[in-house]
Design a protein around this ligand. Sequence first.
Ligand SMILES: Nc1ncnc2c1ncn2[C@@H]1O[C@H](COP(=O)(O)OP(=O)(O)O)[C@@H](O)[C@H]1O
Ligand SMILES: [Mg+2]
Length: 436
Amino acid sequence: MTFRFVDPEVGFTSDVIRDPRRFVGRTALIQDSIAALNSSQGLIAIYGKRGVGKSSLMRQIQALATGNYELVRKAGLAHLIPSRPRKYYTVYYACDSMIKDASELIKRLCNDTDPEDGLLRLVPDQGKQLSEFSRTNEDQVGLDLKLLKWGNKGQDAQKYSSCVPGDLIQTFRNFVSSIVESNNRLFSKRDSVLILIDEFDVIKDKTGLGSLIKSLTSDKVKFGICGIGKDLGALITDHQSVARLIEQGSVNVRQMSPQETASIFETASLLSGGLLKFTISAVERIADLSEGYPYFAQLMGKACVTEANFRGTNNIDDIVLEAVLDKIRTGRAFPNLESQYQNAIGSSDDRALLLTLFAEQSRDTTEYDASIGRVILKQSRSAALDLGIDYIDQLVPRLIEERYGPVLEKVPGTRGSYEFTDPVFRCYVKLRKVGN
Ligand SMILES: Nc1ncnc2c1ncn2[C@@H]1O[C@H](COP(=O)(O)OP(=O)(O)O)[C@@H](O)[C@H]1O
Ligand SMILES: [Mg+2]
């Protein structure tokens, strides 16, 4: 077949995945999500490492919640779709580190005017116009209500009659309790509101969040939270208070299996209309190098397509992959990861070498074992000495300092044991050649 230029973004993306056609694997998690959505109460809690695919799963849950089960059919799980699935009006909010605590979070939710995901768009008000919509350029995805226009009341939450000045929690309750009834009068019938909160881990003071969520959860309101963490306790400190809510909705997103990673490439080939072809051996190598982190696989996929375009071919084989790996080795492939790398090593080849030793020491597997993925300082000492680095203790601090990343963090309750804060960065360091 003759060569055609392919836009790398056609098959690959480093964004959160909304379009179910791009979403691969995760069958068991989808199954759990259907169950969680179809129970009348309960809290959905999604946790796992950075770059593993949590937010993408959360977006798929949002689509399921609105009644779009395309993903489930695609995964061959149509038999799991209830005859009358519970349907939700959905809110999606991503936290940032400026949110100090619970009341700040509620305040943000009450003031979120995002036209596709914000809470205020659902709150009844004569001054605004809602419309049922399907997300632009991804037809059929996440059919939900979109705010067309704010009226003369503007975007000021204070002007709602159900707003109780000085009492955020009550205002939130009033807002939320009005949503289902008032929107059902205008639109298709839905059962409840689903409030999805992403990046939940960045909220500094999580005191009382669990019991707050519990008290706000009802037949008409369900919460879903998502964030980085090894377990539920990392997300909600007072998780005992939500223990019973969470029975069905606890979703631990782990690394993808090599087969799941391979599906990313099958999907990319499909999305390109069959134009892109990947050899089995190239895909297997990428799956191995990305260690189950779809983020790295997507980056590699994009880089391979760019390289193949450059070479005038649509066949991605070991030769193309090798050229990409060569660019990674010399820091020319992924500018973001490279600047993280440079920032961390601070123009010290010795520190770069040490970082590489650390990265090689640990490897995540899909098996659950907390100690896998750890870096034990002691274990790299002799290797470092062999390489002529004899002042390790002066090299390490920069790696754990916040303003330089941090790329490592101490594992609480251990001595001299660290973990890469970003497993994708660790994959990168393994491939990066020192001193180039
Ligand atoms: N199920 C999936 N299928 C294909 N790619 C995925 C999937 N889940 C995540 N990705 C890709 O992995 C990267 C990280 O996903 P994201 O959901 O942002 O992870 P997290 O929220 O855990 O950091 C993105 O590039 C996304 O496109
Ligand atoms: Mg995320």
